[in-house]
Design a protein around this ligand. Sequence first.
Ligand code: PMV
Length: 286
Amino acid sequence: MTGSGRGKLILCGEHAVVYGWPALAFGTSLETRVTLRDRPGPTDVAAGCFRDARIVDALVAELGPDGVEVDVQSDIPVGRGMGSSAALAVALARAAAARRGDAPTDDAIDAAALRIERTFHGTPSGIDGAVAARGGLVAFRRTEAGPVIERLSPPPWSVVVLDSGCAGDTRVMVDGVRSRRPGVDDALARIGALVEDIRTVLPDVDAVGPRLVENHFLLREIGVSTPDLDALVSIALRSGASGAKLSGAGGGGVVIAVGRDPDRIVQGAMQHGIPAFVAVQGGALS
Ligand code: PMV
């Protein structure tokens, strides 16, 4: 039985989303696939690129200690803020439901994704699982009554990823931001307001870009950027991007960039030896 989940890229709103502010995120074409087979004896996990022991423990906790062979394949770079763990959780929930003969609801998938994400940090907002299960462009907000998830029309522009090559640890970054509250609360609120503002200009890449740069500076203010990520933002802007920012928890991971000429951004990054690719394909810009 096989299940899959998509990677995600947060366009804006990471960290603030943990405290109830809204965020916007894309599903990527990259995905994680989980295959389950019956086997005699203890559950055996071949987790491939997921080298983190917490992943293996979480999979065994979901499936039980005996009787399953688990094979994980993923195109999503791990530890780069691209939602590899949520994609895995969604893929696992789908494969496990297929094995039981169930057709899982989105809610069941989200719940499974949250359980696994809790092994990575104690207070996941749930945005990763919401996008991994649905794909497309999603507006997400955590409320006391549960998550509010809206699917939005995808904008016409593409999203380029520039990979720093280093992994960030989501738990460390989320705990760090929490420890800096209430000092960073004003910056978190400004990130939330930017998300609302970006929604109003979403089709216009020239208007979205500067707001992403502002979001990056706010993420730097709350202590989750690094000199390497700041340098990638500068390289993207010098390569014609209208905007760029770190995406995900930070401390490593990726920068996303948008602009009228995504290929030029990719080429500019590659000239500096930085792996870059178009992760969300837009249509033709007018
Ligand atoms: O795990 P990452 O790097 O994709 O970060 C998730 C986004 C955060 O807002 C930092 C945490 C969360 O649970 O929303």
